[in-house]
Design a protein. Structure first.
Length: 211
């Protein structure tokens, strides 16, 4: 199965595609992507569900937007379709308004060679190289979101360069093998520290006995 399956299913042929993936909570900043939508030349698909969905749908209706679509949760049965959305998307937007330690959605997007526009907050700047694998924007700024998304959409050369850098960065820094090695190294470092402390205690006991 290919990405053309979702092109037909969701009428995406010949259209630019911007996606948001994740829970629909207020702190995720999706409202700022919606407010940016009127200035973005693409279809915007919001993949995820949550308590905030009804309010976001009302916002779309109030703004009379025709390019924003809600698809709800993607459970494990739809994992393949979600992967196709990552691959088909021209840009993934992560508009968080609170600090997040680690952006799994960003890594999934980059692994699919898709540039990311995300809030310059928390651990996100540690993953996205601004201007190289995507763009960092001020939190709560629809204007910056629209500006940076359009910059990627309208510049084929920039988009292709970002796509290649995304995949290269994932290969170099974020493969499962490298993640496992980092965990192993951290574990060994902690273990050495613990052993050292235990040895120190034993030596202190020995010196006390000698005295």
């Amino acid at each position: 199965a290919s990405i053309f399956d979702i092109e037909k299913k969701y009428h995406l042929r010949g259209k630019r595609l911007v996606i948001y993936v994740g829970r629909l909570d207020k702190e995720k900043g999706i409202e700022y992507l919606i407010r940016a939508a009127k200035d973005i030349s693409a279809e915007i698909f919001i993949l995820g569900g949550g308590d905030y969905q009804k309010e976001l749908e009302w916002q779309v209706k109030e703004l009379k937007l025709v390019n924003v679509h809600f698809l709800g949760y993607f459970d494990k049965d739809y994992a393949k379709e979600l992967r196709k959305f990552y691959q088909r998307a021209d840009v993934v937007v992560v508009p968080s308004t609170v600090k997040e330690a680690f952006g799994l959605v960003i890594l999934e997007a980059m692994a699919a060679r898709t540039p990311v526009v995300a809030s310059n907050i928390g651990g996100i700047p540690n993953i996205i190289k601004d201007g190289k694998t995507g763009f960092l924007v001020r939190p709560r700024s629809p204007k910056e979101i629209a500006e940076k998304v359009n910059k990627i959409l309208k510049n084929e050369k920039l988009r292709q360069a970002m796509r290649e850098r995304c995949f290269k960065l994932i290969e170099e820094k974020f493969t499962w093998e490298k993640a496992a090695k980092n965990i192993k190294d951290s574990y060994e470092s902690v273990t050495r520290h613990v052993i050292k402390k235990d040895l120190q205690k034993e030596l202190e006991k020995l010196f006390e006995w000698i005295e």
